[in-house]
Ligand binder design. Structure first.
Ligand code: NDP
Length: 505
């Protein structure tokens, strides 16, 4: 069944217009609304900091609000941690590291991590709904991607906790101490899992700060961790603004910083950490190339392009935001892509039929809009989906640009929204040059029938992850990370474990 826009009933007349094709799928077919229930979710009015196994008020007494970007209504208040709170949390993490966590057998550590994973599974529906409310991402994605993957990370690393000497054979491995972890707003729970699970498996303790616009699932995770009986101080979770993150980065008693976020803040952190001896991993932005050759299965490639750029409203560091299509099939691919754009549902993120939810924050909304205007001014041709948008909330139509110049800002800068720039190419050498002509180097997609071409490209594209005939596939066992301005270090898999260990010969 072809999907129709459901935001407004006035739309029906417009879509009922007869097409000239044999089948008229536009004749009033529609999905009934299918909103996920929020009845089982009881948000607190106020969330405190989680320090040393207790939920405590912030030193400053200050709180800030977190809102639902789909309605712009306030969901809850969360605490703003300052330097004194960071100091308390780091002291608690140090004490827990020295007196409990590093003394515990690896097998026991693994059991705690496993227990956290099971408790997350038990509260999976609640976690998915809260993630959707706080972040604006669709319930389909939070339910089927974010939450299961977050659980999988804990399960996966629970298994490694007592096998570190097998993970790195013939090496001497030891934990680092206290890890400071700062995460962004695009995958709040999943990023917390990417950070906390390997840190604990490697025997470290943790101070984690979620992003200011999406703190709620991190606070639910704090409740889960508390319920798991994890010894006090092993994991501390502090909500706050950039100053809270900076206080973690600059704290002298931290041994490792793991940061995911913008390249600008990553550079500030790299400078702050230089010369301190703190181990550092940075997972920053991207402008990834999705490359379609003429022998690719075109219909599948179109789905892959849609998934690559519109998954999570395009708020994905590895989003396939630069599409390169071989000239001989460009007309067909772009035509099919435009048709597909018109079938995408943009609207209530809690509705199970919605493909594209709300933009995470007003600031991000303005930034995406600004880039769309830049694209138009630079002379690229814009195509926006014809869908209607909800009257309230932060929504942007899926958008693509053709006739994009290599030097254009929309081809060079990370937009972090549902906006695709399309370029064409004739030869493999040309597309390698164009794809590598970016300050970033996080990911790429290659669509072709030829295995040899895929292997050729994987050695020549300067990026960390390359997907072949698919896109945005994540797995706890495989490493993820970039080159150049996309950062350094890897998360996931054995590489992700190694980032939390001292490894000696
Ligand atoms: P930031 O890099 O500003 O935020 C990421 C995290 O770092 C947040 O928890 C933030 O806190 C914290 N932070 C901010 N300033 C500092 C600092 N000086 N020291 C330590 N921590 C700090 O990203 P934004 O959320 O503002 O997003 C802006 C852009 O970043 C996006 O448009 C996108 O291009 C990119 N981005 C990339 C991501 C990725 O996955 N690679 C993820 C998110 C964003 P707070 O939330 O309170 O500001």
């Amino acid at each position: 069944m072809a999907k129709q826009k459901k935001s407004d009933s006035s739309d029906k007349g417009q879509t009922a217009e007869k097409s000239k094709g044999v089948f008229d799928f536009n004749g009033g077919w529609d999905y009934s609304p299918s909103p996920e229930s929020t009845g089982h979710v009881k948000l607190k009015e106020r969330y405190e900091l989680y320090i040393d196994g207790k939920f405590v008020a912030p030193d400053s007494g200050k709180y800030f609000r977190t809102t639902n970007p789909a309605t712009e209504k306030v969901l809850a208040e969360v605490a703003h941690a300052n330097e004194a709170d960071v100091d308390k949390a780091v002291s608690a993490a140090r004490k827990a590291y020295e007196t409990v966590w590093s003394k515990l057998s690896a097998k026991e550590r693994g059991k705690y991590i496993y227990r956290i994973a099971r408790l997350m599974q038990e509260r999976a529906r609640e976690l998915a709904v809260v993630e959707t409310l706080d972040a604006g991402k669709t319930i389909r994605e939070s339910r089927d991607v974010d939450v299961p993957l977050a659980c999988n990370h804990f399960f996966y690393y629970a298994g490694w906790a007592d096998k570190l000497e097998y993970a790195f054979p013939n090496r001497k491995v030891s934990s680092l101490g206290v890890a400071g972890q700062i995460i962004p707003w695009n995958f709040p729970l999943l990023m917390a899992a990417w950070k906390i699970a390997p840190a604990l498996a490697a025997g470290n303790t943790v101070v984690l700060k979620p992003a200011e616009t999406t703190p709620l699932t991190a606070m639910l995770l704090a409740e889960i961790i508390h319920e798991s009986g994890l010894p006090a101080g092993v994991v501390n979770i502090l909500t706050g603004y950039g100053d809270t993150g900076a206080a973690i980065v600059n704290h002298p008693d931290i041994n490792k910083i793991a940061f995911t976020g913008s390249t600008n803040v990553g550079k500030i952190i790299q400078k702050a950490v230089a010369g301190t001896g703190k181990k550092l991993t940075l997972e920053l932005g991207g402008k990834s190339a999705n490359i379609v050759f003429e022998d690719a299965p075109i219909d599948q490639a179109v789905e892959g392009i849609v998934n690559g750029i519109f998954f999570n409203q395009g708020h994905v560091c590895c989003a396939g935001s630069r599409l390169f299509v071989q000239e001989s099939v460009a007309e067909e691919v772009i035509r099919k892509l435009k048709d597909r754009l018109d079938t995408l549902y943009v609207g209530d993120p809690l509705d199970k039929n919605t493909d594209i939810g709300a933009i995470n924050s007003k600031e991000q909304y303005e930034s995406i809009k600004k880039h769309i205007e830049i694209g138009k001014k630079e002379g690229a041709e814009i195509y926006e989906s014809k869908c209607l948008l909800p009257k309230n909330g932060l929504f942007i139509r899926p958008t693509l640009f053709t006739d994009v110049a290599q030097s254009s800002r929309i081809a060079q800068e990370e937009i972090f929204g549902p906006v695709l720039s399309i370029q064409t190419f004739r030869t493999i050498d040309e597309v390698i040059q164009k794809a590598n002509n970016s300050p970033y180097g996080l990911a790429a997609g290659v669509w072709t029938d030829k295995g040899s071409r895929i292997f050729n490209l994987t050695t020549k594209l300067r990026v960390g992850v390359i997907w072949a005939n698919t896109y945005n596939k994540f797995d706890p066992t495989s490493p993820f990370g970039g080159y150049k301005e996309s950062g350094f270090g890897r998360e996931g898999g054995l590489h992700g474990l190694g980032a939390y260990l001292k490894i000696e010969r």
